[in-house]
Design a binder for this molecule. Sequence first.
Ligand SMILES: Cc1cc2nc3c(=O)[nH]c(=O)nc-3n(C[C@H](O)[C@H](O)[C@H](O)COP(=O)(O)O)c2cc1C
Length: 279
Amino acid sequence: MDSLAPAPDSQKDALQRRYGATGVPLSGPWNEVIATMLDHRSVRGYKPDPVPPGTLETMIAAAQSAATSSNMQWTSVIATTDPAKKKVLAEIAGGQKHIEQCPLYLCWVADMNRHVTISAAEQVEFHTMPWLETFMVACIDVALAAQNAVVAAESLGLSTVYIGAMRNDPVRVAELFDLPKQSFVVFGLCVGYAAEKSVGEVKPRLSQAAILHHEKYDNSAAHAERLAHDEEMMRFSARHELQAGTWTQRVLNRLGPLKSMQGRERMRAALAKLGFEIR
Ligand SMILES: Cc1cc2nc3c(=O)[nH]c(=O)nc-3n(C[C@H](O)[C@H](O)[C@H](O)COP(=O)(O)O)c2cc1C
């Protein structure tokens, strides 16, 4: 069989893992790239083994191959393997031990300093810089690049988990890495080989009926689909001893209390400190 065309059974299994037995969508085209993406799961426990030489550079090449808005190339990446730095980062992230455990930690930077430097060198004022739109575009670019790197890593048998908790204290993170003004770590990423007991299952998602609309937005199925997803997540949570049983409970816990922002409600002030003027 063509190496890019895994067995049809694996397609059905992969879709079933992602959506649960009752939510499997219509089967369509399929290949190993898609199979890798559907098999994604965040991993929070790593073996100490380093990633093979050249892996970082391959991941970065994948990242830089993502589309980038107007080809502005806003992304920079700080790679760290330094235990002392990872210890500080884990602390900033509220004690997420996988940051210390993973052999490679990547911080994904919205790097507007690169363009500020061009503005100064070329003596052209960039009137577009201090606007929310430009900041958003930089962050979107960073996310697209990072996700390409994640897919590349996973296709090589590595595991990852994003660490949004870098934004708990963006100023301290910036200081740790000597970031220049107008650059900001959007999130971190643990990379490494999963410890056996940490591989986990594919986490189910809302059905396509809940999120895919044709021609116009239609949320008539939203309630029923949410309840169906709650049931699926309830079973998943029971298997994984997760506190928030249903997806709805998870949403309530995360979006209800302000304290769940863990300092990120001060983002505007932190960004101002980092030299971003966002109008
Ligand atoms: C931008 C972003 C930030 C995240 N931050 C964290 C984090 O700080 N800690 C963590 O354990 N997981 C983090 N995650 C992972 C999500 O919790 C995870 O993707 C989600 O629960 C779905 O699970 P899955 O990735 O295994 O499918 C983050 C994911 C994204 C996309």
